[in-house]
Design a protein. Structure first.
Length: 208
């Protein structure tokens, strides 16, 4: 924790003053251009990998960068309410769903019940990605390459969550009218590379 306290002091003494005017403007209003839905993984830092400043990204982070399909409910819906706020109040023009390599959430989709019984809420949450598993098994067939299974699961999960977004009536309407763009990104932690999903080619293409 001492490192965090020191970090706060360094921020106040350095970075804050460097962008003091920006923070003054942001103190009254935010106007982000993009909703960034990413994994809670500590190795994925949205502003770092996009080189964006405060005020540009409205960020949602959860295990395995998941999006619950739209449903009418009186429950407390964290991700769903944040999406609603970003689109209807902040009026963002872009949504990025960013998955990544070595995703523990995606890997847990293949765990047995014994390994997951101690994390019941996580297990329930990961049901949102379970439709990906049979697709991976069909594509891979008898291929037992676990590394290939890993990146295929992570990438197909991004596409699955993009489809979940379109189950929101207002998102579907904005997307079809061209008022909203939806992107799927795959971030390789070990190389720093990011691949964008090309719906026409139906594969991820390196951003360069």
């Amino acid at each position: 924790m001492e490192a965090l306290f020191e970090g706060v002091k360094e921020f106040n003494a350095g970075d804050f003053h460097q962008y003091e005017e920006l923070y003054r403007q942001l103190s009254k209003k935010q106007n982000p251009h993009t909703l960034f839905i990413g994994c809670s993984d500590s190795r994925v830092v949205p502003n770092l990998i996009t080189k964006t400043m405060p005020g540009e990204l409205f960020v949602i982070r959860n295990i395995a960068n998941l999006v619950p399909p739209f449903r009418a409910s009186t429950d407390y819906l964290a991700t769903t309410s944040a999406i609603e706020y970003a689109l209807k109040i902040l009026q963002v023009k872009n949504i990025v769903i960013c998955g990544h390599s070595n995703c523990g959430g995606c890997n847990a989709l293949y765990s047995d019940e014994e390994n997951l019984k101690y994390i019941p809420y996580t297990r329930k949450w990961l049901e949102l990605a379970m439709p990906v598993v049979p697709l991976v098994k069909i594509i891979m067939g008898s291929d037992m390459d676990t590394a290939k299974r890993e990146w295929m699961t992570e990438q197909l999960n991004i596409v699955e969550q993009m489809n979940h977004l379109l189950s929101y009536p207002y998102i579907e309407e904005m997307y079809k009218s061209g008022d909203l763009k939806i992107y799927g990104w795959y971030y390789m932690i070990e190389t720093g590379e990011i691949f964008n999903y090309d719906a026409t080619l139906r594969r991820f293409v390196k951003i360069e």
